[in-house]
Design a binder for this molecule. Structure first.
Ligand code: 26V
Length: 804
């Protein structure tokens, strides 16, 4: 067994020799990391096979989580923790003179996601396996993950993220499980014995090859699979084109065009652009995934298709994989010979859909022409779904053409993906209570009235194994020492901490761990940004994608305000703070990129003013990603969750901060509301407009940012500093931001400015009271258990998937 030190040491040295023909002294960190990966793989292979066999034998219901994004981060440590081997391996490596932390750093993040949605998918996989549920992921094996962000002169520059360049030890290519996916061509309809046959011709056929990654449960024997598909050219077609037609270059071009499908993750989040390649990606992995699921189903249950909804559940992560609905219909009808009604009944009892955003610009709709030309048969099915759906609506709302038009799946020249999802699934869920309510009462009101039984809430969660046990081992150890280790399997047991939050000794120890985490963070900042930040200062952190609605602007304007006040009153008694920002902007999102430049410009101005370095510092962390989040969360004391109310579906960073003892300053938005309920109003700092007020302004007007700007001198001074030459940048640099704030201020930044500044002043006062602050911090940790994704997954399993 590799769990014990001696056998591990021997296996490690042997594997090093076998793989690289090297001794320990000669081997690079990369090679040593590879060795660890191989050892884990070999050790769990048997369990992986066993898990699959057990499921097949016991005919367990299988869940498939379809997602275009899985932002796994690094796997080595989490795998070792879940296997229960980490301590021994680390100790054994130390005896060999190998520094484990260096090997850990060699692993690139698997950054196959943009942000919240992709990271949620990764947390869900961990919880599924840790709860011993048969739940697998299905996605794309992008050659390039989310771009690497560099800062050049304060501007974001994007570089390709070549995460596979050293290979990926965690994946296994399964060429034998490859399937074919067809694009383009025409569909010929033939009648045979009273049945219509649909014959797809002149299509382009490409090969989808799966790469499987094992997902290891926490100290159980469950190993699930994340199957990521890669696009390849059909060998025969390539050879044929190449040799028989003598068109070698064309053949190579063709090969590139095919491989383009799984080449790169689209870096936009929350903004939809009707790109053909994106639709190709969607159908590509959906078709491959459904084919592989059905092949498995047939092996176990032959043609008993009526059993499908009992044995398989498919969850679609946002609308991106919603083509599973017509694709399942296509295979059941065209290939398996079922009639429409039966196929529809099966499909709509198998698929359920999660919505992650209410921003109108994120709603996917595909131009009919594009859709039809790329997926002719799928389009026919979508049209038929639409017709039948509209007919049913007519039955319920006779004569109400306008309503039917609004709810149609195909209308105004587009295929509306959310409507397809709503019509073709048995459950639709939002990701926090307020979000689900907004879907029901606003965004999807008419659908909710039509099928109220489909709507349900599933508040997001995060895996406490990565975000506490792994990221903050000292805190985890302290918790275990004082309340026992039951919280690791049952995170709600963290509640046991509640009676102890006033314990002085515990407070001191928790504070000292926070201090060490801050020192680690400060070293990182010094190494990477060349900035010396004071670990004794309050660490105030906003890390997330840069987006207008998330209001990084509100935060940086407040920082500017503090600085201006210091200039007025150099002895101003402020709690010394370090403001830490991090996050990527979509490459084409002009405003978000300006915000990054602004933060860096303000940072430059303030950090260079030696007079106030003891009280105010600003840092923008380059290339925010999962592994950096693991460093930041444990070091944070204030968690900035300041989106315009009603805009952030849930947020999950808010949960990671809370679990690591940071206090939230936030709006009543997304899961902040439920965090507030969990910890109590005394242990969170809320401010600003409510979602209802925001809605009221949108609907009835009554807010003028121009008026507000002109009537509040303090506000005007801050906003003017963007354009009056105060900042070390070209005069026009931030005029776009200035105009958007003073002219429309769609996200109510100016409206919420003073309430936010007051809330920040309140944070200062709380922080000055050590015991009060520590009590708040410990209370947050104690109440964070319900935001474990284990709770979320149990809810999905019980209330949607029928697993428990
Ligand atoms: C949307 C789109 C639109 C089409 C183009 C590409 C693209 C890529 C990603 C997305 C998804 C954006 C939605 C998203 O990430 N939502 C976030 O989901 C989190 C998990 O539920 C939630 O915590 C965040 O509040 C929500 O913004």
């Amino acid at each position: 067994m590799l769990a014990d030190k001696e056998s591990f040491k021997q296996a490690f040295l042997e594997k090093l020799a076998a793989l690289f023909g090297k001794t320990l002294e000669e081997a690079t960190e990369q090679e040593k990391y590879q060795v660890l990966g191989h050892l884990v793989r070999e050790a769990i292979y048997q369990r992986w096979v066993e898990s699959k066999r057990r499921h097949a034998q016991q005919q367990t219901k299988q869940v498939y989580y379809f997602s275009l994004e899985f932002m796994l981060g690094r796997l080595l440590s989490n795998n070792l923790i879940n296997l229960g081997w980490q301590e021994n391996w680390q100790a054994a490596l130390q005896e060999l003179g190998v520094d484990y932390s260096l090997l850990e750093e060699v692993e690139p993040d698997a950054g196959l996601g943009n942000g919240g949605l992709g990271r949620l998918a990764a947390c869900f996989l961990d919880s599924l396996a840790s709860l011993g549920l048969a739940g697998h992921g299905c996605g794309i094996r992008y050659k390039y993950g989310l771009f690497e962000q560099k800062l050049v002169n304060g501007y974001q520059v994007e570089l390709p993220e070549n995460w596979l360049k050293e290979g990926n030890v965690w994946e296994t290519r399964r060429a034998d499980k490859a399937v074919k996916v067809r694009f383009g061509g025409q569909v010929r309809v033939e009648e045979k014995q009273g049945r219509l046959n649909f014959i797809h011709e002149n299509y382009e056929e490409i090969i989808a090859v799966p790469y499987d990654i094992p997902i290891i449960g926490y100290r159980n024997d469950c190993v699930n699979t994340l199957r990521l598909w890669s696009a390849e050219v059909a060998r025969t077609e390539f050879d044929f084109a190449c040799f028989s037609r003598g068109e070698y270059l064309k053949a190579v071009e063709y090969k590139y065009a095919v491989e383009a499908i799984s080449q790169v993750l689209y870096p936009d989040d929350n903004t939809y652009k009707g790109r053909e390649l994106r639709l190709k990606q969607q159908y590509f992995f959906v078709s491959a995934g459904i084919q592989s699921i059905l092949r498995y189903f047939k092996k176990c249950y032959a043609n008993q298709w009526h059993l499908l909804p009992e044995k398989i559940a498919i969850q679609v992560n946002d609308t991106h994989p919603v083509l599973v609905i017509p694709e399942l219909m296509r295979i059941l009808m065209d290939e398996e010979g079922l009639g429409w009604d039966e196929a529809w009944d099966i499909t709509t009892r198998t698929v359920s859909y999660t919505n992650h955003t209410i921003l109108a610009e994120a709603l996917e709709k595909w131009p009919i022409e594009l859709f039809k030309q790329l997926l002719p048969r799928i389009y026919m099915i979508v049209e038929e779904i639409n017709e039948r759906f509209c007919r049913a609506l007519w039955g319920r709302y006779p004569g109400d053409w306008e309503r039917i038009h609004r709810m149609a799946v195909v209308a105004d020249g587009y295929v509306k993906m959310a409507h397809l999802a709503l019509a073709g699934s048995y459950r639709v869920n939002g990701v926090a209570r307020i979000h689900t309510e907004i879907l029901k009462t606003r965004e999807m009101r008419e659908f909710y009235e039509y099928f109220p039984e489909k709507f349900t809430n599933k508040t997001n969660g995060i895996t406490h194994r990565r975000w506490l046990l792994k990221a903050n081992p000292q805190l985890a150890e302290l918790l275990t020492e004082v309340i026992g280790d039951s919280w690791i399997r049952e995170p709600e047991e963290l509640k046991r901490l509640l009676p102890l939050v006033d314990n002085r000794d515990l407070q001191e120890r928790a504070a000292s761990i926070k201090r060490q985490n801050k020192e680690r963070m400060a070293r990182f900042i010094y190494q990477h940004c060349g900035l010396k930040v004071d670990p004794a200062s309050l660490f105030d952190v906003q890390v997330k994608r840069i987006h207008a609605y998330k209001r990084q602007l509100l935060n940086i304007l407040h920082v500017l305000d503090l600085y201006l006040r210091l200039l007025d009153e150099p002895n101003l008694d402020l709690v010394p703070r370090t403001f830490i920002f991090g996050g990527k902007a979509a490459p084409s999102y002009y405003m978000a990129k300006s915000i990054i430049k602004l933060i860096n410009t303000v940072a430059e101005k303030i950090n260079n003013d030696r007079r106030f370095n003891d009280r105010l510092q600003v840092c923008f962390l380059e290339n925010y990603r999962v592994s950096l989040a693991e460093l930041v969360m444990p070091a944070a004391e204030v968690s900035e969750q300041i989106s315009t109310a009603g805009k952030e579906a849930s947020g999950t960073g808010n949960m990671k901060f809370m679990m690591n003892g940071a206090i939230t300053i936030g709006t009543r938005d997304g899961a902040n509301i439920e965090i507030g309920e969990a910890v109590g109003e005394d242990n969170i700092v809320f401010f600003g407009l409510t979602a209802d007020r925001v809605m009221h302004y949108y609907e009835h007007g009554g807010y003028s940012s121009w008026y507000l700007y002109n009537s509040l001198p303090r506000l005007k001074r801050v906003v003017d500093s963007l354009i009056n030459g105060f900042l070390p940048a070209a005069r026009e640099e931030f005029s776009n931001i200035y105009s958007s704030l003073t002219h429309s201020d769609e996200f109510f930044v100016l409206k919420d400015f003073l309430p936010y500044a007051e809330a920040q002043a309140k944070i200062d006062n709380l922080y000055r009271d050590f015991q009060r602050w520590q009590r708040m911090s410990l209370t947050n940790i104690a109440c964070s258990g319900r935001f474990s994704s284990d709770r979320t997954i149990r809810e999905y399993a019980g209330e949607i998937w029928g697993l428990l």
